[in-house]
Design a protein around this ligand. Structure first.
Ligand code: 13P
Length: 220
């Protein structure tokens, strides 16, 4: 990954209508332009191409990420979006989010296949782990530590524990580590620390553009 740190990723999950998303991009884009790290937005997949068009037209420093990719290559897989289709639009793809592991029964084997698909077309997988024991596939550069108890609960991990888990993950490989789970403008600074936690993956507090802008402005 050659993009500058810190890495701040908005994961919109299955939220926002198209017009809400357009407003979001138009508000966050100009702020992202001046951000000294890297800002990535992962909207619902129908909005990805338009996000790229808007961003390029305005020269905003906003990268586009997919929330998931298919484990299959292009072909007869109704409803799926292949990594090679996303490659011209996205720089990143979230893989292995706990919501996908739980609700869509994604196994280590499936996640390995997804990572391979991403790597084949130079998409950078953001590989999510629940703790230091989650298996991390070969070739991963960016790992997001997202403890399940902290996702969408308003109950973040303690910064001390997040750092301890991140250090254990680092022992397994030279990863860029993100923390995710109830991150907001008023706690983001507790988590991001150079060479331990390199950025954040944000769900709920990324939906309102103003809340997300507050996070970008509070990180330093
Ligand atoms: P919240 O920020 O809503 O806790 O979600 C975190 C997350 O799942 C990001 O991928």
């Amino acid at each position: 990954m050659s993009d500058p740190l810190p890495l701040v990723i908005a994961n919109h999950k299955a939220n926002l209508t198209y017009s809400e998303f357009e407003i979001w991009v138009n508000k966050v884009g100009p702020v992202a332009k001046d951000f000294e790290g890297t800002v990535v937005v992962c909207p619902s997949s129908p909005f990805l191409a338009q996000a790229l068009i808007l961003t390029q037209a305005q020269s905003w420093n906003l990268k586009i990420g997919a929330q998931d990719i298919s484990r299959f290559d292009i072909g007869a897989y109704t409803g799926e979006v292949a990594a090679s289709q996303l490659a011209g639009i996205c720089k990143y793809a979230i893989v292995g989010h706990s919501e996908r592991r739980k609700n869509f029964n994604e196994t280590d084997e499936i996640l390995d296949q997804k990572v391979q698909m991403a790597k084949k077309v130079n998409l950078t997988p953001i590989f999510c782990v629940q703790d230091e024991n989650t298996k991390i596939p070969e070739g991963i550069e960016v790992v997001a530590y997202e403890p399940v108890f902290s996702i969408g609960t308003g109950n973040p991990d303690t910064p001390q524990n997040a750092r301890a888990v991140s250090a254990k993950i680092q022992e397994k490989g030279d990863y860029i580590i993100l923390y995710g789970g109830s991150v907001k403008g008023d706690n983001v600074k507790n988590f991001v620390e150079k060479s331990v936690i390199d950025g954040v993956l944000i769900g709920s507090a990324s939906l309102d553009p103003q809340d997300f802008i507050e996070i970008l402005q509070s990180i330093y």
